[in-house]
Design a protein around this ligand. Structure first.
Ligand SMILES: C[S@@+](CC[C@H](N)C(=O)[O-])C[C@H]1O[C@@H](n2cnc3c(N)ncnc32)[C@H](O)[C@@H]1O
Length: 248
């Protein structure tokens, strides 16, 4: 199934359970959102583009004096009652729905790994972000434990399959050839945080739309392939990590 679906189709299927996971555990990915926002170096009054926005989850973590502008190409999130007012849903990813030089910062979190031609997106983000503005990309790194988990366990057990085009050296070359200068590029490890292992398994089964295996099989796969740490206040932390690239 995954071999024949394009990316928007994948999220027309997966958007709803993905969104249920995020509504059920809105703080689980908080460290992930915070690490991109920290690197965006936001100042009061800045206009922030979020591409692709999913259900607009990043907006909850932005400083309240910044304005959030989400673009989500999949209709899979449209049924969500709390879609945070994404300006356009169900439109093509490109062209981006904003005027030239109209954004101070653009953020792309966990969305590029299914996009074959990242270059066209990098060029259009360059168009909408004003000169001197930042673009922060954070996504799964090729050959990382997360990449292996997604294309292995998730691919074998979810509704759509999973075949990521993950970040690698060519991503930075693509950015440079579209007029972006690299400020930093690092693998950032963090946790997805849950009350207990059952909450972790339930969240991941929804987020990745896992249909085969069962809850405790999913928990076991996460423990053995990614790792789980005991955190303070009896929370559990699922090890996750992304390559985060900051360009301007
Ligand atoms: C893993 S979700 C990430 C959503 C959100 N940024 C987050 O962090 O929760 C991947 C997102 O990519 C979106 N998408 C769909 N088609 C796309 C395309 N052709 N190119 C890039 N992103 C696409 C999906 O709809 C979905 O919102």
């Amino acid at each position: 199934m995954g071999d024949t679906m394009n990316y928007s189709e994948v999220f027309n299927h997966r958007g709803q359970p993905y969104d249920m996971a995020m509504q059920l555990q809105p703080m689980a990915r908080s460290q992930e959102f915070i690490q991109v926002i920290e690197r965006a170096a936001l100042l009061p009054g800045k206009r922030v583009a979020d591409i692709p926005a999913g259900g607009g989850y990043l907006s909850d973590f932005l400083p309240s004096d910044c304005s959030w502008h989400g673009h989500e190409p999949s209709i899979g999130f449209t049924g969500n009652m709390i879609n945070h007012g994404a300006e356009i849903q169900g439109a093509d990813l490109l062209p981006l729905p904003w005027a030239d030089d109209s954004m101070d910062v653009a953020i792309s979190l966990a969305g590029l790994h299914h996009l074959q031609d990242k270059s066209a997106l990098f060029a259009d983000v360059r168009r909408v972000v004003r000169p001197g503005g930042r673009f922060v990309i954070s996504d799964v790194e090729a050959h990382s434990p997360q990449a292996i988990f997604l294309d292995g366990y998730v691919n074998a057990n979810n509704s759509t399959g999973h075949h990521g085009i993950f970040l690698d050296k060519s991503t930075e070359e693509d950015l440079a050839s579209n007029g972006w200068a690299c400020l930093s590029s690092e693998y950032v490890p963090f946790h997805w945080i849950f009350d207990d292992l059952e909450c972790m398994g339930t969240f991941c089964r929804l987020l990745f739309d896992l249909r085969s295996d069962n809850l405790w099989g999913t928990v076991k796969a996460i423990e053995t392939q990614l790792g789980v740490d005991d955190l303070e206040n009896w929370k559990v932390g699922m090890r996750w990590g992304l390559r985060t690239i900051v360009v301007e």
